[in-house]
Design a protein around this ligand. Structure first.
Ligand code: UDP
Length: 479
């Protein structure tokens, strides 16, 4: 239709699977909403690729599959920019790297074939707002984590303003943020543990910029995080300055990438096919989770003594900074462990098809590092959890799972001792969740099944998240 106007929506993800994939799933969702109205939307993705991107990495294979889907999605790889050599923490590294890309981002936006109706940027790319403002383009922050973490971030300066800088790992107190459940200091996200740290300052910087955005797109919804979503809807923050308006919020979650499953033959799934319904505990720790030898032994003992069936994705730390985990060598397992647990346990030493595993009827529980994507996937398939937080905001997520959403049983994680978990504590948590007679296990399972149906309804036509996505698509369709 020639009368239709054409809007270009730009996306700037960072090159990390937990951030990029769900962000681009939102892009696809926007296109689906936009199939009939008067304006058409095309999606343009600005890509900050590493110099030698591994073709088999989750991000690369996701981007390759996007291009085969025949959608109006165009990839624009930005010129390579040498990563910063000096940085204080990973958040600072990512933020500084994006800053070095700004001239290229500006050039790409300026070269757009049609008017740019919006720019959606990763939560660590808020410095792009300055460029977008110069070009009069409204910016939306894609927050791939929780509404709770966003609320907390938006209150960092008043937390800091109150008293001397606190190191939360050294105090016992509750952090009270308007509209949120009080957060115990030991559940504060890693980067926010110490007010004097570079990572805390980095989040303060982003919070300060966030408020200039037109909107927040959040991978959550009012059923999962009732209080935090309400607080954000009411614009509760300490960041508002004269002349600024609190950004619109679009809680569109859960946004999950189901992929095109051709993994039917995967060994893990074949093995699960031979297990009874809801009998297997799944252990998987995200794209970067890995343990040292002594911790691996404790896990093995805990699993063996629990008596339950398990599928354990075991990976080892990579010594190179920022590269995450690498495939494990099964020789690090205690002697005889594999033989003794043969038939009831499988250790998988490499990347596993997590979505397909969680959707399998044999899965009865999930020991998770509490990456937000993993949590949403578990809710989607109604799998109750045992939280074992490792990095980023995962300790806060773990706290929410147990105390607010009630879809997990607690595991004792010793944060003062590198996050150590003893075999006995692991065994106890497993039994609480998986033993057929365990009341807590039954309660948790009932609750997670309620969340499963709430999440599925939310994204169906007319559901709470779907309505927000429609609203966003309508906004972005305007030129
Ligand atoms: N994942 C997977 N196989 C693995 C490990 C992770 O498919 O062996 C997927 C998982 O399903 C999720 C993503 O990788 O979609 C990890 O994202 P999350 O936010 O949970 O954690 P992060 O890796 O960002 O810490």
């Amino acid at each position: 239709d020639n009368n239709k106007e054409h809007a270009c929506v730009y996306f700037l993800p960072i090159y990390a699977p937990g951030h990029l994939i769900s962000m681009l799933e939102v892009a696809k969702g926007i296109l689906q909403c936009n199939s009939t109205p008067s304006n058409t939307i095309s999606i343009h993705i600005l890509l900050t690729q590493p110099e030698n991107s591994d073709k088999a990495s989750p991000v690369s294979s996701y981007l390759q599959s996007l291009q085969t889907e025949n959608l109006p999605i165009h990839l624009h790889p930005l010129p390579f920019v040498e990563p910063p050599h000096q940085f204080h923490c990973i958040e600072d590294f990512v933020t500084s790297h994006i800053r070095l890309y700004l001239p290229h981002i500006k050039a790409a936006l300026s070269a757009s074939p049609s008017p740019v109706s919006g720019l959606v940027v990763d939560m660590f790319a808020s410095n792009v707002i300055s460029v977008a403002n110069e070009l009069n383009i409204p910016t939306y922050i894609y927050f791939s984590s929780t509404a709770t973490f966003l609320s907390l971030t938006l209150h960092l300066s008043s937390l800091q303003g109150k008293k001397d800088p606190i190191n939360f790992s050294e105090v016992e107190e509750e952090i009270c943020i308007p509209g949120l459940m009080p957060i115990p200091s030991k559940s504060m996200p890693d980067p926010l543990l110490d007010m004097k740290s570079a990572s805390y300052k980095c989040f303060m910087y982003h919070a300060h910029r966030y408020i200039e955005a037109k909107g927040f797109i959040i991978n959550s919804n009012i059923h999962i995080e009732t209080k935090a979503v309400e607080a954000l809807t009411q614009g509760v923050t300490d960041q508002l300055r004269p002349g600024t308006k609190f950004p619109e919020i679009y809680p569109v979650g859960p946004v999950i990438s189901f992929g095109k499953s051709n993994v039917q033959e995967h060994e893990c799934l074949q093995w699960l096919d031979r297990q009874p319904a809801k009998s297997v505990l799944f252990l998987c720790f995200g794209s970067m989770g890995a343990f040292d030898m002594s911790q691996v032994r404790q896990i093995a003992i805990g699993l063996e003594q629990s008596g339950h069936r398990f599928l354990w994705v075991l990976r080892m730390p990579n010594t190179e900074f920022l590269r995450g985990s690498i495939d494990a060598n099964l020789e690090i397992l205690p002697e005889g462990f594999v033989e003794r647990t043969k038939g009831r346990g499988l250790v998988w030493p490499s990347w596993a098809p997590q979505i397909d595993i969680l959707s399998h009827q044999a899965i009865g529980g999930f020991v998770t590092h509490c990456g937000w994507n993993s949590i949403l996937e578990s809710l989607w398939f109604g799998v109750p959890m045992i939280p074992w937080p490792l990095y980023a905001e995962q300790h806060l997520n773990a706290f929410m799972l147990v105390n607010e959403i009630h879809v997990a049983v607690k595991l004792e994680v010793d944060r003062k001792n590198k996050g150590f978990v003893s075999a006995m504590d692991l065994k106890q948590a497993i039994k609480q969740l998986m033993d057929p007679g365990s009341e807590e296990g039954i309660r948790t399972r009932v609750r997670v099944e309620e969340m499963m149906s709430a999440c599925r309804k939310a994204v169906q036509r007319g559901g709470v998240s779907s309505v927000y996505l429609q609203k966003l698509a309508a906004e972005l369709g305007k030129v």
